[in-house]
Write a protein that binds this ligand. Structure first.
Ligand code: PLP
Length: 226
């Protein structure tokens, strides 16, 4: 089933769009099957999930951290996890960027990151507010062991994904603005947005990285996105 789902998605996605399997709560066997079917990027939200599966997954993939950092600072800042992840998609403050930069300096790594935008301006959600994004990128760009490669957003959850369109659109505007600014040490190329119910709209609005869980692996026991 996972294999069919991945193959269908890969056929459907435009060539410039990369598929990331959002793998929270999934087993190593499920992740392995997705990679064998053609997924190149695995997104994980929780270090405890990574601990449970990473060593058991034999096939090569790029691993992205897509969880809320504030709740897991302690773990994500450990060298082991900074070594393991190929990208952190959820940077939303200078404070956390600076800490990651320092640790990555110690392991001689330049960490590719995305800046998470709180496109819905929801106070309880993570991400930088849209109006703060450019200043945040400028300040983080001075850190030597972090390289900003684009933006990520969740957007508010709606029953009708059409309602998410304006939030994706605003995030794309920030993406374009940052690209035009051409800030040194910043390489704006990834726009990570869209999940199972919203990826088609997100792609129409410019996403080139979609994070899909349910449509690959089936329903989760816990249906919350994070
Ligand atoms: C769970 C999750 C997804 C995927 O959600 P689905 O609706 O299952 O496709 C994407 N992005 C993040 C950050 C997530 O936590």
């Amino acid at each position: 089933m996972i294999e069919d789902n991945v193959k269908k998605l890969l056929k459907e996605l435009p060539e410039h769009v990369e598929l990331e399997a959002a793998a929270k709560t999934r087993t190593a066997e499920e992740i392995e099957e997705a990679i064998k079917a053609g997924v190149h990027i695995i997104g994980e939200n929780y270090i405890k999930d990574v601990k449970a599966v990473y060593d058991k997954v034999q096939s090569k993939a790029r691993w992205h951290f897509i969880g809320t950092i504030s709740t897991q600072k302690h773990d994500i800042l450990r060298k082991k996890y900074l070594e393991l992840f190929d990208m952190i998609e959820t940077i939303d403050s200078f404070d956390i960027a600076e800490k990651i930069d320092k640790k990555c300096g110690e392991i001689d790594k330049i960490m590719p990151v995305l800046i998470e935008i709180n496109s819905g301006r929801e106070p309880q959600k993570s991400g930088v507010m849209p109006e703060g994004a450019v200043d945040l990128v400028k300040s983080i760009s001075k850190l030597k062991n972090i390289r900003i490669e684009g933006l990520m957003t969740m957007g508010p959850r709606f029953g009708d994904p059409e309602d998410a369109r304006p939030y994706f659109r605003e995030t794309k505007q920030i993406f374009d603005e940052l690209k035009a600014l051409d800030i040194p040490n910043v390489d704006i190329k990834y726009l990570s947005m869209g999940m199972t119910n919203s990826y088609k709209i997100a792609i129409e609005e410019g996403a080139n990285l979609v994070r899909i869980g349910t449509k690959i692996f089936g329903e989760r026991a816990c249906s919350l996105p994070r």
